[in-house]
Design a protein around this ligand. Sequence first.
Ligand code: AMP
Ligand code: GLY
Length: 425
Amino acid sequence: MKVLVIGAGGREHAIAWALAKSPRVSEVVCAPGNAGMAKVGRCVPVDVADLRAMVELVAKEQPGMVVIGPELPLSLGLTDELLPRGVRVFGPTKAAAALETSKSFAKRFLQRYKLPTAAYAVISEESEAEEALSHFHFPVVVKADGLAAGKGVVIAKTEEEAHAAIAGLFSGQLLGTPEHSVLIEEFLNGEELSFLVISDGTHAAPLAAAQDHKRIGEGDTGPNTGGMGVYSTDAMLSPELREWIMHHIVQPTLDGMRAEDAPFVGVLYCGLMMTARGPMVLEFNARFGDPETQAILMRLDSDLMEAMEAAVEGRLSDTELRWKPGASACVIASSAGYPGHYRKGLPITGLERAALIHDVEVFHSGTAEKGGQIVTAGGRVLGATAIATDLEWALAKAYEALGMIHFDGIYFRHDIGHRALKEAK
Ligand code: AMP
Ligand code: GLY
């Protein structure tokens, strides 16, 4: 079967890589893809912000399945456009993707079904801020309602900081475009966990859990990014706690969405905070995580295509995914200046040598090919990903690979997985 993967990041490279291993897949087409994905499949240009162009591309390519990587095409309703045309699509409809695309929808949904989440208020203008803030203890979390690529969240330690963040979001100063509504949330303490499941709308199969490192700086300092590194181990989530999350968070969410005529088919990403009160939902995403997917799919021992087909055909209840024991880790190399302004077009060297390390994959995020040379093309450039029998070893291999790769201004955190390693000692 021919599969069309929409997207151009490390997540999509990992998805394309995993799908290409399936005996059920004869061809992977990546739209638009990147220099790494070009080694896995055929890349065709498309603008993932242009719904018409994507629909036309699918009509031309006639794939047996379309897999949508990023949130933008989901939010535009690509799934809704393709399903009536008889195309099989792995990815939720626009209505189901609202779990990610509208934080106020997600919070109201969580409240409606009494699912564990931080206390919150939604305000639609700045003048409501003072009254709303009076119900919270500091620090509070101030969030943009819409999609913000991980950059719309401010943790405000004081009332002044909270007012400044709220004003910045409503005026557009913070994100470039003005927000129509802003969320204020209780600050939760604990370890974060990315808990992803594949869903057919009724049943879910959990993926291996992972932990992301969202801040740019070592020791979790500095501004939030799309994710600077991730690890996944058996030890990070006990089978009992996994069952608890499936029973008390995932299943009620799928049941609720079905009851509201927006069954969720695709990957439901639960961003959890493991608090003293138990796991609580920080956010939902309607897609695979980036860079979680790179680490998670390295551990997958089952056929990803088979699982995606089971999901779109509504027969996931028969599917149990197998995982390689041990650990995996993905360390992101970014351009100097990211998540702010950065340069593009810088030559990348050492990729061939790094690819020779056993059990290492270098997934490309922002790369392009220019005159036979692979160059940087984004803020997050690539993710060295490794699998091993334990986390220490997986990390050592990922860093060994990064030691061989170079581009001008290359930056990566040296402390991915640091907390897990400390706990293990
Ligand atoms: P979100 O986009 O909602 O996942 O928020 C981005 C990041 O901000 C999360 O990964 C957390 O690190 C942090 N965050 C968001 N909400 C809260 C909260 N209620 N309490 C503590 N940290 C939070
Ligand atoms: N790594 C965070 C995300 O994919 O949203």
